[in-house]
Design a protein around this ligand. Structure first.
Ligand code: GUN
Length: 289
């Protein structure tokens, strides 16, 4: 069965819109998300445009801050300081990756934790590790929502997360191991140095593929009846009009017949990531009510 992220995200967007309408009725502040993009990376531009469009759909105010590729680290830090101090802005994100001359970690740490709706700041990551209420990084948050909305059983299941990025793999592994629902899995975090990956993955009840390698996960690595979550969105060059096709980390056509549930690409995790950012932004404004 397909885990239809497009459909579920539309339902959640509708719920957020109702909450925003209720806020407006009550004379409360309308949530305002700012998105900063540095440079001209095609994929990053597409993602940020989708985030701005989602703001429009739910009735948020949005600001799209476009900065030149050549901006200095210091100038970017000043832009962040402006957003930290701008009371009209409830939350903001700096789209990653950043140009090589900018220290990404320094930028992440400059964002006020109260406005860090991406959940990347060390304080927010720490809170997530401790199970405290915080901004959960949008992709893992979206995956948790998807598992919840489809009422997928997670307690006691063997879950394998492939990929240990700060944005997806690491927080995902922590969330799924929490004493909560979704959660309570026995989690194995696999990465580029993992030995016998196929042996480990093929025992999993739930697989989260988040390594960023197109069509990496093949049918021989998947147990019959597994739940497969595909986080990949790699642009693979081809002869189409766009010049590329989007591929997930899962070889969908051969893996899908073995799964109890699987996310498609596109239309699975991607739209859930965007809606999670909207949920975090609503949380940011609610905290400051
Ligand atoms: N680059 C890839 N994913 C993300 C994300 O969730 N947030 C930001 N800011 N940049 C990203």
């Amino acid at each position: 069965m397909l885990l239809d992220g497009k459909k579920v995200s539309q339902e959640i967007l509708e719920e957020i819109k109702l909450a925003v309408d209720a806020r407006k009725q009550a004379g409360k502040k309308v949530p305002h998300l700012a998105a900063v993009i540095v440079g001209n990376d095609g994929a990053s531009k597409t993602y940020v445009e989708s985030k701005i469009r989602a703001c429009e759909k739910v009735g948020f105010i949005s600001s799209h801050v476009k900065l030149d590729e050549s901006i200095s680290e210091q100038a970017l830090l000043s832009e962040i300081e402006k957003l930290n101090n701008d009371a009209s802005v409830d939350g903001f994100i700096i789209q990653l990756p950043l140009p090589k001359h900018i220290n990404e970690q320094k930028i992440i740490e400059a964002v006020s934790p109260q406005k860090d709706v991406d959940g990347f700041h060390p304080i927010n990551v720490g809170k997530l590790c401790l199970g405290m209420k915080t901004f959960v990084s949008a992709t893992p948050f979206g995956i948790m929502q998807l598992l919840k909305r489809y009422k997928i059983e997670t307690a006691g299941k063997n879950c394998v997360v492939i990929g240990r990025s700060n944005i997806v793999g690491s927080p995902m592994s922590i969330l799924l191991s929490k004493n909560d629902y979704p959660g309570n899995c026995t989690v194995t975090l696999c990465h580029s140095k993992t030995q016998n990956l196929k042996d480990i993955v093929s025992k999993a009840d739930i697989i989260v593929a988040a390594l960023g390698k197109a069509e990496f996960l093949t049918a021989d690595m998947v147990k019959q009846g597994a739940v497969v979550i595909d986080v990949g969105i790699t642009r693979v060059s081809d002869n189409s009009a766009k010049g590329y096709t989007i591929k997930g980390d899962v070889k969908f056509d051969e893996v899908a017949p073995k799964c109890s549930y699987i996310t498609p690409v596109p239309g699975g995790v991607g739209p859930m990531t965007i809606v999670s950012l909207m949920m975090n932004t609503l949380q940011a404004v609610e905290v400051s009510d």
